[in-house]
Design a protein around this ligand. Sequence first.
Ligand SMILES: O=C(O)CCC(=O)C(=O)O
Ligand SMILES: [Fe+2]
Length: 215
Amino acid sequence: MTSADARYALQASLFDDASFGVELGELGPTVQRRTLTAGAWVDVRPGWLTGSDELFTTLAETVPWKAERRQMYDRVVDVPRLVRFYPEGEPLPDPLLVAARDALSRYYLPELGERFATSGLCFYRDGSDSVAWHGDDTGRSRTEDTMVAILSLGAARPLLLRPRGGGHSIRYSLGHGDLLVMGGSCQRTWEHCVPKSTRPLGPRISVQFRTRGVR
Ligand SMILES: O=C(O)CCC(=O)C(=O)O
Ligand SMILES: [Fe+2]
């Protein structure tokens, strides 16, 4: 057993303890893959993290969230969500995120060929927070296949995907410990978004695990 395996086993046993009320489930047969066009695919694993409310609260309260502003034509506008990026090597705000990242790295390593390295956290305070259509195509993902794994906490929000250049969108509802992984060419041949909603919605946190050199 390597030290990484030992650490994972320790964390897995911690999280299996019902007194913690939180558990990272199996991957494997519970992961459903949908093949998209142009070499893109999406894996979903609903309810991967059970008992995730406490993690949601911890992250909401302890992460040093940042409100960003962005140039839009001739104006500077608020980015409609709070963010915090954890580069490779920076400690994550909760050991559960380390366990999740390491479990994903182990599961996808044969296909991905590398480990998940960075963690991007987004906080959608209510239905007026959102992210517009985009691909995570800064860096290596502009030209190479990659995977972006999203662990979703808190209230469910739709995440939509559509082929670049037009086509029907597909929709997943993500929250409450659900896992979605975008793979293959998805970041350069498809786009994704989390649309605004006028309905009263609770807050959601999205944790995106990416490989080195991908944003
Ligand atoms: O909220 C989500 O799950 C998606 C976030 C996203 O697409 C991004 O930050 O690049
Ligand atoms: Fe994205």
